[in-house]
Ligand binder design. Sequence first.
Ligand SMILES: CSC[C@H]1O[C@H](OP(=O)(O)O)[C@H](O)[C@@H]1O
Length: 356
Amino acid sequence: MNFVQPIPTLQRDGNAAVILDQTLLPHRVATCRLETLEAVAAAIRDMQVRGAPLIGATAAFGVAIALRTDAGDARLAEALEVLGKTRPTAVNLHWALARMRTCLQALPAEARHQAAWLEAEAICRDDARTCAAIGDHGLALLHEIATRRGGKPVRVMTHCNAGWVATLGAGTALAPVYQAHAAGVPVHVWVSETRPRNQGLLTEWELREAGVPHTYLTDNAAGILVARGEVDIVITGADRVAANGDSANKVGTYLKALAANDNQVPFYIAAPMSTVDFDCPGGEAIPIEDRGPAEVLSVSGLDATGQPGTIRLAPDGVAAVNPAFDVTPARLITGIITELGVCAPGRLIGWKPRSA
Ligand SMILES: CSC[C@H]1O[C@H](OP(=O)(O)O)[C@H](O)[C@@H]1O
């Protein structure tokens, strides 16, 4: 399916990047123009852009922007270092920066700026194609369930946002849902809010705009829905998949996988092969981002007058912990939906490209 993003998540405008600012969604749809290396790094760190594939592509744009007036070795190294430090868990960031390094380091400095833009834009096009292929492979799974359910909606549970706003295409976990909806396969999506940053609201917004039936729930409600038999399949994205299939995704994913496993509900990760870190043997080696207590102790939204704002939830001095991701062990994962097909987590190593 040729999915066209309703609003581009990332675009080139001369020597700048124009991003869809995700910190304002779903209440305000606005773009933001990034003209410097520092602005790109801040946009990734502060999650104006988020979602593993989109973070990678944005970082690639950051390299191109950084090389405008000086494309020497030192400047290239500085750009790669600054961008590489923005967020630790999503390996697509490092994958994209490595691809930029490979493309650029062999070139003379005067050829690098233009080549960087070409490569960054190629990363975007590749991701759109990858999302479409993930959608195709995931659709086959949803089709199978639809047939079993005799035309009743396939009830998909997801977590966080792995839709089009997190990528350059249709998304990862939501790509099969969009494909199914377009093909007339009835689907209903359970959308968990994903505290503390509430990326579930992004998923809710995407699905509402696309006319895909869905229901929003608190993170804690996921277990009872699974136990009551109201979920046919769980599909989430991933930020880093280890060589043994252990998968890091937004915190709360592990609990959904446990509930799914306890109730014989299939649990799938949908992610591009660029999310697989073949250098990382298992989940214990995946760096987990700690975003600090402030996000946990407050909540952002609109006030009674419709103005955006943040309110404090907890009294002063409350101690809080905020790991942004957790790791779902391979034994709880039914399969990993990639652009190459659906793979059992334990067999991923057989899919390792020769160059990786
Ligand atoms: C398409 S990958 C989406 C991925 O991004 C999330 O993380 P974050 O919002 O912190 O960038 C999450 O873990 C999702 O699965």
